[in-house]
Design a protein around this ligand. Structure first.
Ligand SMILES: *Cc1c(COP(=O)(O)O)cnc(C)c1O
Length: 225
C-alpha cells in the first residue's frame, strides 16, 4: 500500500527550502489528492486540461494547479480562470493565445517556457537556441496577460546520471543567459522547473527551483501515462 502522507513527509525532508514541490496528480483520484492535501500539500500538477476540470470542483479551492502538459489552443479558455501556472508553453503561438485569453479574463497568468533538453524526439518545446533568438527579436515583450516566470524541461529517461546532469545544466545555463541578457530587471523571471521522481536530486544540484513529482508520492502509475 502506498503511504502518501509518509512519502510526502520523506520527500519534503529532502527538498531545500528554496525548491517548490509540485505534486503531480495525473491519473490519481480525488481521494488520493485529498490525502496529500490533508498532509499539507497545496500545489498540484496535471498534464490534461480535461482531467483538471473533472477533478478541481470536487477539491478545495485553495489548491494551486499547474498545467505541465501540452496545451491545445481550444482548451486555453477553460483553464485561464483558475490555473496558477502554465509550465508547458511550447510555442510563441500558444504564448500569444494564452496572453489574449488572459487579458480577456482580466488575469495575469504565470507561465514557463518549455525547453526541449532530452535526447528523445518530441514535438513539444523550444530548443535553448530558439528561445534566445526569440528573446532577441523581442517576442517575449509586450505580453500583458502573461507573467513569464522562467523555464521548464524534462531530461532523457535514462540511468546515465551524467547525461541527465548535462541536460539539466543546459537548461540552467539557458535560464542564466536569458536572465542576464533579457530579464535582469524582471523579478518574476526566476523559476527553473526540472526534476521528476527519477532524477530530482540531480535537478536540484543543477539549480532547480521547482520539482514535479508524481510516482514517488502516489506510487507507480500505469505505464501509458
Ligand atoms: C508525469 C510528469 C511528471 C511526474 O513524473 P513522475 O515520474 O511520476 O514523478 C513530471 N513532469 C511532467 C511534465 C509529467 O508529465
Amino acid at each position: 500500500m502506498t503511504n502518501i502522507v509518509a512519502n510526502l513527509k520523506n520527500l519534503n525532508s529532502q527538498l531545500p527550502p528554496t525548491v517548490k514541490l509540485v505534486a503531480v496528480s495525473k491519473t490519481r483520484s480525488v481521494g488520493e489528492i485529498m490525502e496529500a492535501y490533508n498532509a499539507g500539500q497545496r500545489l498540484f500538477g496535471e498534464n490534461r486540461v480535461q482531467e483538471i476540470l473533472s477533478k478541481k470542483d470536487l477539491l478545495p479551492p485553495d489548491i494551486e494547479w499547474h498545467l505541465i502538459g501540452h496545451l491545445q489552443s481550444n482548451k486555453i479558455k477553460y483553464i485561464i480562470p483558475f490555473v496558477s501556472m502554465i509550465e508547458s508553453v511550447d510555442s510563441v503561438k500558444l504564448l500569444k493565445l494564452i496572453d489574449n485569453e488572459a487579458v480577456k479574463a482580466g488575469r495575469v497568468v504565470d507561465c514557463l517556457l518549455q525547453v526541449h533538453i532530452a535526447e528523445e524526439e518530441t514535438k513539444y518545446g523550444f530548443s535553448a537556441g530558439e528561445i534566445i533568438d526569440l528573446a532577441k527579436r523581442g517576442e517575449f515583450a509586450n505580453i500583458e496577460g502573461v507573467r513569464l516566470s522562467g523555464l521548464m524541461g524534462m531530461a532523457t529517461f535514462t540511468d546515465d546520471t551524467r547525461q541527465v546532469k548535462r541536460e539539466f545544466s543546459e537548461l540552467a545555463e539557458c535560464f542564466s543567459h536569458l536572465k542576464y541578457h533579457f530579464f535582469a530587471d524582471n523579478i518574476n523571471f526566476k523559476e527553473i522547473s526540472m526534476g521528476m521522481s527519477g532524477d530530482y536530486p540531480t535537478a536540484i544540484e543543477a539549480g532547480s527551483t521547482i520539482v514535479r513529482i508524481g510516482s514517488l508520492i502516489f506510487g507507480e502509475r500505469n505505464k501509458t501515462n
